[in-house]
Design a protein around this ligand. Structure first.
Ligand code: KIV
Length: 267
């Protein structure tokens, strides 16, 4: 595939043209090569690597050093995709100076953008990073770093009050300069409303088809993850002759608006 390197400018153009954006998690150079060749626009070095690669019970143990290591690996394998690295738990919670220091480490490792979780208290951090030339992706809804505070892996924003808070947080994060926002595990209707109200793209995971784009954990959609998968996951390896073909199918299905299917994958 002959594709120019994705830039924030290009991602904005695609969003403005109404094209669905594609993102997958990626933790190493080998998969980065495959995902890039298959046409995925954004590779996310998610702190889900704590669970997926390390076998931890949550994302909380993933460290900044580990995130930087995996970001370096992905950056080496990637050629054209936009690379986003998660700021892990504890690497921005102390305030702006720590957030900037941590983000610098990930950008120097090869990220083009950092992602941080939560709303309200994070808006000033987003502003501080963006002011310093560091693009930011926000993350609302089920924010795994707060899993213990949220009472487990539960759908967020079901009550009117919780939905209003999520909408307010999304607006504040966009105003603070976030360039996109991941919406995780929330009712499809709420995610659609947030998407329509924001000038920036929303990237859904368990948030229905109304988002501007989609993300999945790579090992879930390739059916490597054992045990019961969440409702929003589709096994793209089924019937696929290769990993690259499965990922191409994911890109095709998201772009065509066929994945996710609200009846099968929505809340
Ligand atoms: O860490 C991760 O993989 C993520 C995605 C689930 C969006 O944040």
């Amino acid at each position: 595939m002959d594709r120019k390197p994705l830039t924030l400018h290009r991602l904005r153009e695609l969003h403005a043209a109404g094209e669905k954006l594609t993102m997958l998690t990626c933790y190493d150079a080998a998969f980065a090569q495959v995902l890039d060749a298959a046409g995925v626009e954004m590779l996310l070095i998610g702190d889900s690597l704590g669970m997926v690669l390390q076998g931890q019970p949550s994302t909380l143990p993933a460290t900044l050093e580990e995130m930087a290591y995996h970001t370096r690996c992905v950056a080496r394998g990637n050629r054209t995709a936009w690379v986003i690295a998660d700021l892990p738990f504890g690497s921005y919670h102390e305030g702006e100076a720590q957030a900037v220091r941590s983000a610098v480490a990930l950008m120097q490792a090869g990220a083009h953008m950092v992602k941080l979780e939560g709303g309200g208290w994070t808006a000033p951090l987003v502003r501080a990073l963006v002011d310093r030339g560091i693009p930011v992706c926000a993350h609302l809804g089920l924010t795994p770093q707060a899993v213990h505070a949220l009472g487990g892996w539960r759908v967020q924003g079901r009550s009117g009050e919780a939905a209003a808070t999520l909408k307010r947080h999304a607006r504040e994060l966009a105003e603070a300069g976030a360039a996109m926002v991941v919406l995780e595990l929330m009712p499809s209707e709420l995610a659609r409303e947030i998407t329509q109200a924001l000038p920036i793209p929303t990237i859904g995971i368990g948030a229905g088809p109304g988002c501007s784009g989609q993300v999945l954990v790579l090992h879930d959609m390739l059916d490597i993850t054992r045990g019961k998968k969440p409702r929003f996951v589709r096994n793209f390896m089924e019937g696929a002759p290769s990993v690259e073909a499965a990922v191409r199918d994911y890109v095709r299905e998201v772009k065509a608006g066929r994945f996710p299917d609200d009846a099968l994958h929505g809340y």
